[in-house]
Design a protein around this ligand. Sequence first.
Ligand SMILES: [Zn+2]
Ligand SMILES: [Zn+2]
Length: 829
Amino acid sequence: MGGMHVHLRIMFVDGTVWLARILRLNSTSFTDRLSNQILESECATLKWLETARIPAPRLHHYGFRHDKLNRIGVAYMLIDELLGRPLTQLQPSEGEKRKVFTDLAEILSTLSSYPFEQIGSLKFDSHGSIHVGPVAGDRTGTLSPMGPFSDATHYYSAWAEEYLRLISDHQLFIDYPVNAYLIFRYLHILAIKGKFNDIESSLDLGPFYLKHMDDKGDHVFVDEKYNITGIIDWSFARIVPAYEAFGPSLVTADMNDIFSGNVRASRDDKLLAQALPANGSHLRRFVNSDGRVRRLTFALGMGMNLTWAEALCIFKGIMTQSCGNVNDFEWKTWRRDRLVEWADDERLVVLSREEEYIQQICRHNPIVSLAQNEVPRFATCSFEQCSRPSVRGKSCSSCMRHLCMKHQSRHFHLCLPTSELDDEAWEKTITDEITKLLVKTNIGALCDAATSLNQGKSCNFTPGQFIGSGAIMGCANYHAWITFNDGEKWIVRIPRVPYSDIPSKLIEYLVDSEYATLKFLEQTKIPTAKVFGYGLASDPDNLVGVSYIFMEAVPGAPYQAHNANLEQKRHVLSQVGEILIEISKHPFQTSGSLILDDGKVVVSDAASDRFVSLGQHGPYDTALDYFTSMAEQHLDIIADGQEYFQYPKEAYLFFRILRDQAVAKLIVREKSSAFYLKHVDDKGDHLLIDEDYNITGIIDWQFARTVPACEAFGPSLITASLNKLCSNASGLTNDDIFLARQFEMKGRADLANYMSIDELVRRFIFGLASGLYRSEVLGILEGVLKVCGKECTDIEGWIAKEWEVCKVDPRCDKIEALIQENTKPWAID
Ligand SMILES: [Zn+2]
Ligand SMILES: [Zn+2]
């Protein structure tokens, strides 16, 4: 399997073996149109190679993606399987290498006898004959088709210009956009000045030749005797100027030289030059040239995943080669001078302004620690004389105590945690809890309330099932039925209140805000349950005694993605796309949760979060405040021992990365200052569906809040792989990409951009979840570093180093005290 393709072996009875080369659909996939263009170009190239007698897999058949004529269902090529192994998997001796290069030189020599008049990629015309069409993308997947071109100067400058466009659009080099822009603007100038074809400027107008553009070495297959059996992977092959086609390329490059900026022929460059056959001697001047085009084209194609340090090294090499000896080249000075020289470049001005803004945030993002002050707590430990805050979510419903970090340990607290109860004991706990809840509920008053809300119709209360299959109870709410005398059915939703540390004020706020959210949704086209009324436990006028919401019973069953086939899943995601588009039509000025104020829906405090680890917070006027505050609140409560006490240092560093790195990256994506409603717990079971997977309603809106567009329309839980999310495997999922495409197809490229950029926002919002092991937290930490462009191979080393850097924050002292205490064998007094 390669990055773009998966290969299946097809064996015929006579022993012939073909490969089905099938285009993968993953996070780096291109649009259908571009994929098909690239596939067509590869097919045309293989056909052409066959006529030119260049050893390559023979093409037998192919089919396009989403093409009515293709009954296979996926884009594919049927090709010969080549014998042998990729050169990069072997360790040839120098003699064996000479053997390979002799064959390779022969191939180059053959290619040199087929000149073309234009630069581009091969394609079929309507009669099936082969000619030069636009350049069909590049291996980074970032370049859109361009050309064909009649001269080299235009080709290289259009290439650089396209990169400038992508950089200013934040599609490339998002970690150092200003630097990248400066480099590519410089490359653009070099291209216009003809510096790429300095070697032989007369070749600017051609002739041009076919080149394998991804020739790192794994494209060459050899047998045991190091004879080349064929060259594979011709996607992106191009017709290029002679000095690029035959000059030093990646297959003979010393990558250390490329990165370190050393200008010299590599060992393999020399071997290849020596291997040129007599009839290939006209190529010698190219093979022996100084590698400038290799470095320039490598730089132009570098696209993704280069760190700034690597990019700078490559650029220094270019400076050395294009401007002579620049040993004293100093990036900072060069950068400053270019910013002045190109001050009238609008795109550069915008990028610089954004960069300044981010730097400002990082500088002025004060450590607004509450550490000195009182950190808000949900509850105080119930142990006698203990004044510490309880760990959030750790209260024990058996002995009815709130437990601090110390007293939750087995030395002090002996009750079994719910997760360790057997079925019977667990069922008893739940039954006790619901029985108590129903005892507290004045059913008569509840029915009276329903009757008065529904034209005086009398009604009955039917308890909902809360255990076993068919249960209609959620983690946070108990549900029961209200049936009216004419058969109309409502659902009554009552918050569960097992013994817990969640303040009752917060529980009421969740009810209040869910009701307002549903009221707001009634004004939109989003399918959801109509609400009829609600009551809060603390309201003296509410005779029911508990909080409740009356709502319509929406038909349908919760959507379970794992039970759906691909087609059903896509049908659901496509509807999710429609729903998000509808949400995009209802912007808010402020970030927070909705409540009713005098019957009007307004934005107020944000209603906790999905894991109920935060209290009420906000509201916020800017995306910056919103994201920063959430990270800060976690930093405070971690240092206070209220969450993640098993690994406070790692958790602190995680939220620190969010605050210092992720926030800045997220807010530059915001195209406006508006906020949009977000279903915070959108795992999938919030969608009710009918038998045909049509969404009949969206339920469970507690925690809903208005959020910045990058969160509202970016990757979320519905398209996540939860396993990946709890590990270092950061990256968009196929479902993310599918949803992004849906946005595109529905004419909302603006939303598609939020969805397809990366999964940073999902990692931000998912945070450290709850109940994870330290090993999982390390994975998550690696994952978020990766999305922030800071790949890390030694996470323990990184933690140690980063901790030293952070120590100026007084919260770190508190955390070190927590760790100290955690290692103490708790003594029972
Ligand atoms: Zn207990
Ligand atoms: Zn305690």
